[in-house]
Design a protein around this ligand. Structure first.
Ligand code: PRP
Ligand code: URA
Length: 212
């Protein structure tokens, strides 16, 4: 049962509306890119609502007072290449100082097994809360491998943010990394025989970069 897993569905109406537009096959690369950026920003807003705050002494034009500010908790953003890149700009607009690492991972089209080809991370990943982003969670293989790699490199606190997920992917990722909370905009029906999410939105990387 999905309800028993460490997953949260971000069902904000703006996110759901924009996701519908992204799913439509007639949506072209320009709009797909812009929608992914906008949804990523909206989802980042939701997942950061528990960031700790501290009081700061400030002076307004009227009076001295205390006011809330982020407590300086270190964050990191890790897109899984390629498609995860499409989620970066929207999140950086909200959190401009976030450090960014990259993990390159692709699915072997025959076996669907993840293949790692790149990894470059901020040096202090152990001290950061990492937001790992990839629009698609299908079998869960790519995400599980990326998260294992990040843990090997010392990461201790990670959250995973995706747009569209399959029930199998959520279960597999939760089994491999029960400590890592998954945020998704949609849990779709299933995977088809090629490992694509149904109804899904097709190949996110190809639609994002126009390599169809
Ligand atoms: C897609 C997607 C995920 C992965 C999901 O990447 O962006 O990384 O597939 O599938 P999984 O859960 O079954 O592993 P793809 O391999 O197409 O690479 P790309 O981003 O370079 O297009
Ligand atoms: N990767 C994608 O881009 N789309 C899917 O449906 C599954 C994996």
């Amino acid at each position: 049962m999905i309800e028993d897993l460490n997953v949260s569905v971000i069902d904000h109406p703006l996110v759901q509306h924009k996701l519908t537009l992204m799913r439509m096959q007639e949506t072209g690369t320009k709009d797909f890119r812009e929608l992914l950026e906008e949804i990523s920003m909206l989802m980042a807003y939701e997942i950061t609502r528990d960031l700790p705050l501290v009081d700061m002494d400030i002076t307004t034009p009227v009076v001295k007072c205390k006011s809330k500010t982020l407590d300086g908790k270190k964050l990191g953003l890790i897109p899984i290449l390629r498609a995860g890149l499409g989620m970066v700009d929207g999140i950086v607009k909200l959190i401009p100082t976030i450090k960014i690492g990259h993990v390159g991972m692709y699915r072997d089209p025959k076996t669907l097994a993840p293949v790692e080809y790149y990894c470059k991370l901020p040096t202090d990943v152990a001290d950061r809360t990492l937001i790992v982003v990839d629009p698609m969670l299908a079998t869960g293989g790519s995400a599980a491998a990326a998260l294992s790699l990040l843990k090997e490199k010392g990461a201790k606190h990670i959250i995973f943010l995706c747009l569209v997920s399959a029930p199998q992917g959520i279960e597999a990722l939760n089994k491999a990394h029960p400590d890592i909370k998954i945020y998704t905009a949609s849990v779709d029906q299933k995977l088809n025989e090629h490992g694509y999410i149904v109804p899904g939105l097709g190949d996110a990387g190809d639609r994002l970069f126009g390599t169809l």
